[in-house]
Structures are given as C-alpha cells and as structure tokens.
Design a protein around this ligand. Structure first.
Ligand SMILES: C[S@@+](CC[C@H](N)C(=O)[O-])C[C@H]1O[C@@H](n2cnc3c(N)ncnc32)[C@H](O)[C@@H]1O
Length: 523
C-alpha cells in the first residue's frame, strides 16, 4: 500500500509542485456532486442492473469528470488507479448514474485516461463550442452537470480525437438517455449534429485573435483552453509566440522519466534491461546519467512492480537537474526544507554513497510518513532523518547549521501543467500573491540554517519570473551575506540563464518547467 501511495505521490511530486495547501482548499470548498441540476445533492439512486448498451469508457469518463469537477478528486490520481480498481470505480458509476457497465478492459482504460485528461485540458475550448451551439447563454449556464460532461466528452472525441462522428453521436446520445432521460438524449443529439455539420464545412464558431490585448488574450485562452489570466501573464513575460507554444505543450500528452535507484546500486543499464524485457520503449536522458525517458508504458512499469520494489522512481529530469544544482557530496549534512513526498530527498540520499545525512523536513506529516516508507524500500533510510515541522518555526529555535539547504518551495506549479491536467483551472491569480509572500518567508527561514560558507538552493517547478528570479532578487537585497553561484558547472549550458540560474523550459527542453538558484553564504 505504501508503495502504491509512494508511486502516486512520486508521480504527483514532480508534477504537483503546486502548493498542496491551496489544492486542499479547493477540495474542501467543493460540494459533493449530484448528477442532476447544479445545486443541492440528489438522494443516492437505487442500484440497477448491468447495462451492456452503454460504452463503458464514456460512462466511467463522465463519472470521473464529475468527481474531479464537483467531488474534489484529482485527475492524475484517478488515472493512476488503472486496472484492478474496477469494482470500486463501478460502484461510483452506479451511485452517480444508476447502473453499471461491463468492466473496463485495457483499451477502455487507455481511452478513459485520454478522454478524461483531454476533456479537462480542453474544457474552456469545448465549453465555447457547446455554448455557441446552444439556443441561448442561459441554456448553457443552467445545463445539468452530467449532461455537460457527456457533451464535453462527445465534442472532445469528435473535434480533438477525430473519432468517427456517427459512433460518437450515437453512443453519447444513448448515455444521456439512459443516465438522465430521453429528452436529454434528444438535446445531445441536436447539439452534436450541428457540431458535426459545422466541422464538415470547416466552419466551427472559433474566436479570432484580434482587437486589444485583452480581447486577444481571451481568444487565445479559448483556442488553447487556458485561463485568461495565465495567457495575459505569459504574453507579458514570454511574448505571443512563446506563450502560444507553451500552451500547445501544456495540451500535449506528457512524457515521463524514470530514475534508476543508484542508492541500491541499480544502474541505468539494469533499468534499461528491465524496460527492454517489458517492451517499454525508452530513450536515455542526455542530461542525467541515472535517467531514462518513456513516452508510453508507465502502467506496464507500475504493474511489473519496478516502483514497488524500489528499482526506480518516476521523476522528471527537471527535478533531477535541481539535485545536480545542489550537488550532494558524501559526508555532507543537507537540510531538505520542504521535502515531502521526497523525490529530491531520495535522489540526494543516493548521491551520498553511504556517508552524510539528509534532514527531510515538511509541515505535512502524512506526506512525510510516505517519504520515510519509500526511503526504506529504496534502502536509503539510514541516510535520511525526517523532521515534522513548519520551517519558519524550526528556523527560529534550531541552532544547528547545515552544509547545504535545499528549499524546494511550494509554488504555483505553472511549469507542470502538461502533467497536471486540472491544475490550470484550480490555480487563481490571487494565489500568486499568497505564494510569493510564503516563498519570501521560507527563504528567510531557510537562510538561517545555512552555515557560513555553505550553500542555499532555492527551487520551484514554476516558470513564473515572480516566483523565481523575482524572489531571489528580493532575497539578495534583504540578505547581502548571500551571493549568486552560477550553475554553469552543475547542469548542461542550455539550462543556464543569463543571471546564472537553472531554468528548464518546457518548450525548449521538452521537460517540466523548473527553476533553481544556487546561493553561497559568505564565510
Ligand atoms: C513542492 S513540494 C516539495 C516537493 C519535494 N521537494 C519533492 O521533490 O518531492 C513543497 C512542500 O513544501 C511543504 N511546505 C509548505 N509549507 C511549508 C512550511 N512552512 N514548512 C515546511 N514545509 C512546508 C509542503 O507540505 C510540500 O510538501
């Protein structure tokens, strides 16, 4: 169980740099969903018989989408469940739409993952099309949640997956009829037939990128399905072309990297051998000698137990490169001040070659416990001491100083939107103000723990200059005892910014976006 959890957390660790606090907030404030009209929760429906007419992947996708949007579930966690979680999933389906479908086979599971991820990513774009095809805005605004999810799935399948229209219309009309009522099926039929006809004439009602900055940002936000505030921010910082490329990247299927567990003397060659025997296509990382990239086959790796047995971890290369910036050396005492769930802690521990200690601190006790359990399976637990504390409180009272401190700060996660399909919709502009304030406080506290002549590494999985360069610049003004140590000798040159920081750019490097600054404390 701990192993499964640790996989989940690893996968999300590198993908979920988003502050878990704010996500939790979203989770708490979301109301339980009802399949009927938006509003109060409907009483549970009575279980009915198995329905073999409705396509299982669509029924399950619609229910997962309801759970994500109204029930506070996270898209990546639902997708990771995969095979074996069938009966639990079917009981959700039954409770939500009143019947079961046949069990999902491997192909259905892949379809569910694609359809759920894609429908979430493309939500704004799909809603624009659906809204344009309704009689009036009120029809769209008052649409019952399940009906809306069925329409989103159908529009996504027709427009983005290019599935045969007749089958998609037929299947989704049937789902709406059985799960809701005959009239709902007629409504879905009407909307989808209009859509198919416009698609065939190449006349979809899409906005034009024209007018003032605000109007252009709104059009781009619809066409590439992102919140308007993100588009405006990226156009400001990156320019129109780069912002557009970034949105295209965020909408593409994410790739993953695996790190061979060198802490257990497993080499990349050993990992490659296992991947070959499992027929998982892979490429060697050009940036890190422990890493292998895979585009497909992650489920195969999970099912073969490679993560469970501590053979390897799922870790993005951008996270591995942050560890390169820290460059842990045998014998060092390193404070990992925001450590959980521990992706970087474990990699750092494996660099110590049995000598030294990583002090892994986190305010979240549950995530820290998972870190401890995973450290055992990776056989590096003797090199890790966990500390459950708020860094700000710990730094006030603790007298010990460390050779190096890594502050992998809670951040917006704007660098990992390709992996976290729902994050773009959960993140708000106001979060940025709260996060930068927290990052400043944590930087001040982390700096107190660095010994004279020691190193502080500040990192995020954001590409936002305010969370990155902006925080470091403000910190250096408050702390003249620190200076920038350019990362030139720690990472390949294409990752080094003009100021000497590490930046992985999703568009340029085909990795998650991440940032790190290496700061030396004067002797
Ligand atoms: C980006 S995640 C860290 C990811 C981790 N370094 C890894 O590689 O797996 C940020 C972490 O900071 C923790 N955190 C947030 N505020 C904190 C605080 N005041 N003190 C200590 N940890 C905190 C969160 O619980 C979260 O686990």
């Amino acid at each position: 169980m701990a192993q499964l959890l640790s996989f989940r957390v690893y996968l999300s660790a590198e993908t979920q740099k988003a502050s878990s606090e704010s996500l939790k907030r979203t989770q708490k404030t979301r109301k339980p969903f009802s399949p009927g009209r938006r509003g109060p929760v409907a009483p549970p429906r009575k279980p009915q018989n198995l329905n073999l007419e409705v396509s299982p992947h669509r029924a399950v996708s619609a229910v997962r989408l309801m759970r994500i949007e109204y029930g506070g579930a996270f898209a990546d966690l639902l997708n990771e469940k995969g095979k074996g979680s069938g009966s639990n999933e079917m009981s959700y389906v039954e409770r939500t739409i009143g019947f079961r479908t046949r069990d999902l086979d491997d192909r259905d599971l892949r379809l569910v993952t694609d359809v759920v991820g894609g429908t979430i990513r493309w939500r704004r774009f799909l809603d624009h099309l659906i809204g344009s095809l309704c009689h009036n805005e009120r029809t769209f605004r008052n649409m019952e949640p399940l009906l809306l999810q069925i329409l989103r799935i159908a529009v996504y399948e027709i427009i983005k997956l290019d599935m045969p229209s007749y089958a998609v219309v037929d299947e989704n009309v049937r789902l709406a009829k059985v799960a809701l009522r005959p009239g709902a099926g007629d409504f879905v039929n009407g909307i989808l037939r209009k859509l198919v006809s416009l698609k065939e004439k190449d006349a979809l009602p899409l906005p034009k990128v024209e007018g003032d900055d605000r109007a252009q940002a709104r059009a781009l936000a619809t066409l590439h399905s992102h919140p308007v505030w993100m588009v405006r921010r990226w156009v400001k910082y990156l320019g129109l072309d780069e912002a557009t490329k970034l949105m295209i990247w965020n909408n593409s299927d994410p790739g993953f990297s695996l790190r061979a567990n060198t802490g257990r003397d497993i080499t990349r060659a050993d990992l490659v051998e296992r991947l070959e025997s499992l027929k998982v296509p892979h490429e060697l990382s050009l940036n890190l000698e422990e890493f292998v990239r895979i585009k497909t086959g992650l489920q195969t790796v999970v099912q073969a137990g490679l993560l469970k047995e501590g053979f390897c971890s799922v870790q993005d290369e951008s996270a591995g490169l942050i560890v390169s910036v820290v460059k842990p050396q045998p014998g060092e005492r390193i404070m990992d001040a925001c450590a959980a769930p521990g992706g970087k802690t474990l990699f750092m521990a494996s660099c110590l070659k049995g000598q030294g200690m990583i002090y892994a601190m986190d305010v979240n006790e549950g995530r820290l416990r998972i870190l401890g359990e995973t450290a055992k399976s990776h056989q590096v637990d003797g090199l890790i001491t966990t500390i459950h504390s708020d860094l700000r409180v710990f730094a006030e009272t603790n007298e010990v100083r460390y050779d190096k401190v890594l502050l992998d700060a809670p951040c917006s996660g704007l660098g990992v939107l390709s992996k976290r399909a729902d994050l773009r919709w959960n993140r708000k502009l106001e979060d940025m103000v709260e996060l930068t304030k927290l990052q400043d406080e944590l930087l001040d506290s982390a700096s107190k723990l660095v010994k004279h002549g020691g190193v502080l590494v500040y990192s995020t999985c954001s590409i936002d200059p305010e969370e990155n360069e902006g925080r470091v610049e403000a910190f250096l003004q408050r702390h003249p005892e620190f200076s920038i140590d350019p990362v030139t000798s720690f990472v390949p040159s294409s990752f080094v910014t003009s100021q000497g920081f590490f930046l992985s750019n999703p568009v340029k490097h085909s990795l998650d976006g991440a940032f790190a600054a290496r700061l030396n404390r004067a002797l």
